[in-house]
Design a protein around this ligand. Structure first.
Ligand SMILES: *Cc1c(COP(=O)(O)O)cnc(C)c1O
Length: 482
């Protein structure tokens, strides 16, 4: 066969990869039908289905399958199992929901396949990403000179910030053993992971004492830093949280910032869960001092209700973040950026999803107001839920800073933990509303995180019905009077 013939044959063999307009329309119709059906039922389906056994229908057999068949596998075995994160009934862990406009942005970003790693490749896409960073800088009153990056989530965003802190303070070689990092025992575990990943596993950790609301005690922090300095150690980093995952506690940022400033330490704030509540006027004061952070992490896939896959990091010291992340490869020698920061200068990633569009498009489409309203709604809804729980005899954790809180059914101490564990098991069996649990002062408590944009008064009322039914069963099981 001549070379031309062979090429033509191969082109026919892969022509299926470029469906024609009619074929596209067919697929589009199926997908739109599926999304309509899914979204029409989203407020009625259970938020949790415990049965986790998986079908073999997922296995790749290298053959062609009909699109309908693939969708039906997805319906049954992806949506129908485990937690339904798109549901407003998801109030476990940290939800968000996933707004529709962002999924459309993902679709556009994917079929146009814009290259958002490098300004030279797509100045438009990179400028969109940079504009979202500008928007975040304004929101948190970071200076013009700060830089930032959109990541896959909070974990990688925290990793970038930790790397910058390490590089700024040149924590390497013989300094590692003497360097000290100050954390809350409630800090998210991804920060421990980040410290290990960047080679600082053998650093010294100081766990700062917490107050009754699980916030860091500034005095204890100051004492610990002073003590370490006296010992000739090298304090360099304080990690605070603006909304811990466990209880939503916001550390006293302003006081911590001052301690960091006085001692010339890097001040990092993990606001992955709570950061966007700064948009709610009543909560602004809680975030005072966040603008003094050297680095800050937020998760738009939580507090801005985007689908999973979007975190962000802001860093004030551009040089520190460039130290590990900026690199000039020979094969990229043409890629001058006209002095404009490219995402790849500030992140381990080079080629990446054009994820900025899923943040930029909804903000451009709707403006800021609905996001503010939705966040304020979640704070008030948390209050409403707690009131309902209290009315039927539940004990509540302290008034929450934000929208994460916890409760338990008080009974005789010897059975209390078992009772509440059983209660949660019944709640999970039911599945209408999904909650998780945690341990606070050795007590097993049921934890709720109200942040999914679809969580409404109806969800709470449905949740209360579910909880009452579970409570009745538990009371029978444990044979206690009520
Ligand atoms: C969710 C969360 C993280 C981790 O972020 P991912 O987006 O899950 O990687 C870190 N810190 C806090 C406070 C969080 O709530």
């Amino acid at each position: 066969m001549s070379l031309i013939k062979k090429l033509e044959q191969l082109e026919r063999d892969y022509a299926i990869l470029e469906p024609n307009e009619e074929e596209r329309q067919q697929i589009n119709q199926e997908v739109i039908g599926f999304s309509d059906e899914f979204l029409a039922g989203i407020n009625d389906i259970n938020a949790y289905q415990g049965d986790g056994t998986m079908e073999s229908s997922f296995a790749l057999d290298d053959k062609k399958h009909h699109f309908k068949e693939i969708l039906s596998i997805y319906r049954k075995d992806v949506i129908g199992k485990g937690v339904v994160p798109a549901s407003g009934g998801h109030i476990g862990y940290i939800p968000g929901g996933g707004i529709y406009a962002a999924s459309i942005a993902d679709y556009i970003a994917a079929f146009t396949n814009e290259y958002a790693g490098l300004y030279y490749g797509s100045p438009g896409a990179v400028t969109i990403e940079n504009e979202t960073i500008e928007w975040l800088k304004k929101l948190f009153a970071f200076p013009e000179t700060a830089v930032g990056n959109l990541t896959s989530g909070g974990s990688i965003a925290n990793l970038i910030a930790m790397t910058a802190a390490r590089d700024k303070y040149k924590i390497k070689n013989e300094h590692i053993h003497n360097a000290v990092i100050y954390l809350s025992p409630q800090v998210h575990h991804c920060l421990h992971k980040a410290v290990r990943i960047i080679g600082l596993e053998d650093i010294q950790y100081r766990m700062v004492k917490l107050d009754k609301k699980s916030r860091m005690c500034p005095q204890d922090l100051a004492d610990k830093v002073a003590e370490d300095k006296r010992k000739g150690l090298l304090p360099f980093l304080i990690v605070a949280s603006a909304g811990t995952t466990d209880t939503g506690a916001v550390d006293p940022l302003n006081e911590i910032a001052q301690i960091a400033q006085e001692n010339k330490l890097w001040f990092h704030v993990d606001a992955a869960y709570g950061g966007f509540f700064i948009m709610v006027d009543e909560k602004k004061s809680l975030f005072k001092g966040i603008e003094k952070a050297d680095s800050l992490v937020v998760d738009p896939h939580k507090g801005l209700f985007l689908p999973y896959g979007l975190g962000a990091v802001l860093v004030k010291d551009k040089k520190a973040v460039m130290q590990s992340h900026h690199y000039l490869a020979r094969y990229m020698q043409d890629s001058h950026g006209d002095g404009i920061d490219s995402p790849c200068d500030l992140s381990p990633e080079l080629t990446k999803h054009f994820r900025g569009l899923r943040l930029w498009l909804p903000l451009k489409l709707y403006g800021k107001t609905p996001f503010q309203a939705c966040l304020q709604h979640k704070l008030l809804l948390t209050r409403y839920f707690r009131k309902q729980l209290e009315l039927i005899g539940f004990a509540l954790g302290p008034e929450p800073d934000l929208s994460v809180s916890y409760f338990w059914f008080p009974c005789e101490k010897s059975i209390e933990n078992d009772f509440n564990k059983k209660l949660l098991a019944y709640i999970h069996d039911d599945g209408r509303v999904f909650m998780s649990s945690t341990i606070i002062d050795e007590k097993f408590v049921i934890r709720m995180a109200i942040l999914a944009f679809r969580t409404s008064i109806n969800t709470v009322d449905k949740g209360m019905l579910m909880i009452k039914e579970a409570l009745d069963k538990c009371i029978k099981d444990f044979n206690i009077s009520y």
